[in-house]
Design a protein around this ligand. Structure first.
Ligand code: IMP
Ligand code: MG
Length: 180
């Protein structure tokens, strides 16, 4: 038994089956959105597991996207956003004239993903849409909605399925929350 799963203050919010169902539903919706020559951009680090699952589900839904990664940072090692977003590692593809779908783990203040979308539009993307696993709508600072949302998430600090607290818990196969 993994010792992290035995931690008293870690609780399951969305289990593996729930996540798998959600990813399949999202892929179906994305496949019906009329994208051409789609470039999917996974926003690292938090989205890496969600993106890996969603990209495979997109294949089964009939799409053949190209895949890129951008590493953005708005958090330090703590649990509150610093408010400034910076590019830690950029994509390598030219997005001019392309349909882009940004994949992120959580939409909270909106700062991270609005920065990424503005960057892609400034570079000439034809369309820069957003897919997120979790939406914490109450915490929004920048007015922005995602085009595809897995779950509306309660205002809890969540971990697992790629998401971290101070670099820990990313490996968990479920989304959990910490109550301390
Ligand atoms: P935003 O810029 O405030 O929308 O923050 C979004 C980013 O903050 C996400 O991509 C996550 O990486 C991180 N984040 C926000 N809430 C949580 C959380 O509850 N757990 C882990 N990371 C989070
Ligand atoms: Mg993130």
């Amino acid at each position: 038994m993994n010792k992290t799963i035995q931690e008293d203050n870690l609780h399951v919010l969305y289990d593996e089956d729930t996540l798998a169902g959600c990813v399949k539903t999202l892929a179906g919706k994305i496949s019906e959105a009329g994208y051409e020559n789609l470039l999917v951009i996974s926003v690292l680090k938090g989205s890496f597991i969600f993106a890996a699952d969603l990209i495979r589900a997109l294949h089964y839904a009939g799409l053949a996207p190209e895949v890129e990664f951008i590493s953005l940072s708005s958090y330090g090692a703590g649990t509150t956003s610093s408010g400034t977003v910076r590019v830690v590692r950029d994509i390598e593809s030219d997005v001019a004239g392309r349909d882009v779908l940004l994949i992120d783990d959580i939409l909270e203040s909106g700062r991270t993903i609005s920065f990424a979308r503005d960057l892609m539009l400034k570079r000439g993307a034809r369309r820069a849409d957003i897919a997120v696993l979790l939406d914490k709508a109450e915490k929004r600072v920048v007015p922005l909605e995602a085009d595809f949302v897995g779950f509306s998430c309660p205002d809890l600090f969540v971990v697992g399925y790629g998401m971290d607290k101070a670099h820990a818990y990313r490996q968990l196969p479920f989304v959990g929350y910490l109550d301390s």
